[in-house]
Design a protein around this ligand. Structure first.
Ligand SMILES: NC(=O)c1ccc[n+]([C@@H]2O[C@H](COP(=O)([O-])OP(=O)(O)OC[C@H]3O[C@@H](n4cnc5c(N)ncnc54)[C@H](O)[C@@H]3O)[C@@H](O)[C@H]2O)c1
Length: 409
């Protein structure tokens, strides 16, 4: 039978269409399968805080197939206004609650059956830990223990069950190797657990712990508990210890936002001691990137230091802030520096922190993305452009605390 060329073309087009549709359908199904296989329900604790809110934003935007549950007590440091841009995202949910409440935490894990936990919730301000250590002991130690117990209780029923790792081996449960994440308890910690450095040297992952403040001691205790649950029960864990962070959305009782706020309002800049203490500063979005990399690629049981290779004496840092503020506010150069006043040093004030993050760079390829000069300009511009955010957080409670902390010095 002879088929006319137009009929043939029609039939060919139809076949092509079916094939294309089939390809599209199979691509769609593959995508759905990919999503299904890679979908995870992840608990991020402390996601309304400074670093947590940056991490939540990154995870919600970058991984639409992950369900991100943000658990936060909303203490003075937790602020949901940090997350207005993603609060309606379909893969995001906020739960208000206290990690110290063991029963609540147990029920929460039962309900959501989290695949992984990234734990940032903490009392985090050293000065507050000196005024009220028990809050720190409860949240940072007991709260972490509650989360570990809950993770253990839902993950131990998996096949194979949790068992402690043999010397030199990965646990038989959780990740099967680098690059694979199934269940993971990721504990976010601080370089302050290592204590204080002299003029030389850097903190490495093997540096012995030597915490000096109730804050750093409570974080050190929680790190020890996390490692103990790995060695004793085989709970798949990872820990990172990071240097000082700076960036947008930080509660303005910490040094950088406090001084930006004070300079803007022509208030004095209280510098502890002679301002000789040295800190290593990292842009908060680079910390969130590092957590993402570690979460997805680290080996179970490992510890990674995260730092900016960016050491500053407090007084020099403050002078840089003054200089950039003068420029951004259109003030004569040197004007803001006149606000500097020296106050009695903090008890047990560690002299120097410096982090060696070579392991993270060599094993997982992470390096900071931003130079400090660019980061600090960006940060100052953010606080100046977000006056409403700053005014909202500098509420009565904050002012009372500020008075108590600095007025009598
Ligand atoms: N800020 C830094 O420079 C820095 C550096 C290294 C490590 N860290 C660590 O990173 C984590 C986050 O630090 P941050 O600066 O974002 O702190 P932050 O104080 O800004 O935020 C902490 C969050 O935890 C919440 N929270 C406190 N107690 C809670 C509780 N009992 N239950 C539930 N939620 C609670 C608060 O409401 C807040 O949203 C902390 O674990 C801290 O130790 C911070």
């Amino acid at each position: 039978m002879k088929v006319s060329s137009s009929k043939f073309n029609e039939a060919f087009a139809e076949l092509n269409c079916i094939e294309n549709n089939t390809k599209m359908t199979s691509k769609f199904l593959n995508f759905q399968l990919y999503n299904f296989m890679n979908s995870k329900t992840i608990l991020i604790t402390g996601g309304a805080g400074f670093i947590g809110s940056h991490l939540v934003r990154l995870m919600v935007n970058k991984y639409p197939n992950y369900n991100i549950i943000n658990l936060d007590k909303l203490t003075y440091a937790g602020n949901l206004a940090n997350l207005t841009d993603i609060e309606n995202a379909p893969n995001y949910e906020f739960v208000k609650g206290d990690i110290v409440d063991a029963e609540f935490i147990h029920d929460l894990f039962d309900k959501y059956q989290f695949d992984s936990v990234i734990h940032l919730a903490a009392e985090s301000h050293v000065d507050r830990s000196i005024a009220n250590p028990m809050e720190f002991i409860m949240t940072n130690i007991v709260g972490t223990a509650n989360l570990l117990n809950a993770a253990r209780s839902i993950w131990k029923t998996l096949n194979p069950p949790l068992t402690p790792p043999k010397e030199g081996e990965l646990p038989p449960f959780g990740r099967v190797g680098v690059g694979q994440t199934s269940n993971l308890f990721y504990h976010v910690s601080t370089d302050e657990v290592y204590g204080s450095l002299g003029n030389k040297g850097m903190f490495e992952e093997t540096t012995p712990y030597d915490p000096r403040s109730p804050y750093s001691a409570s974080k050190a205790s929680s790190d020890h508990l996390v490692r103990a649950y790995y060695h004793t029960f085989g709970l798949p864990v990872v820990i990172s210890n990071c240097s000082n962070n700076y960036g947008s959305h930080q509660f303005p009782e910490k040094l950088i936002p406090l001084f930006i706020h004070n300079i803007k309002n022509n208030k004095s800049l209280p510098v502890y001691g002679k301002g000789e203490n040295i800190r290593d500063w990292l842009w908060v979005e680079d910390h969130a990137r590092a957590i993402d990399v570690i979460f997805h690629q680290a080996k179970v049981g490992e510890t990674y230091n995260i730092g900016g290779h960016n050491e500053w004496k407090n007084i020099d840092l403050i002078k840089v802030i003054c200089k950039v503020m003068d420029k951004q506010l259109g003030r004569p150069e040197g004007e803001s520096e006149k606000l500097i006043t020296y106050v009695t040093d903090r008890a047990g004030h560690d002299l120097r922190y410096a982090i060696d993050s070579t392991k993270l760079k060599n094993e997982l390829g992470w390096t900071p993305s931003l130079q400090f000069e660019e980061g600090i300009e960006k940060t100052i511009a953010w606080y100046l452009n977000n006056e409403e955010w700053l005014n909202n957080v500098t509420s009565g409670a904050y002012q009372n605390y500020y008075e108590k902390q600095y007025a009598s010095r």
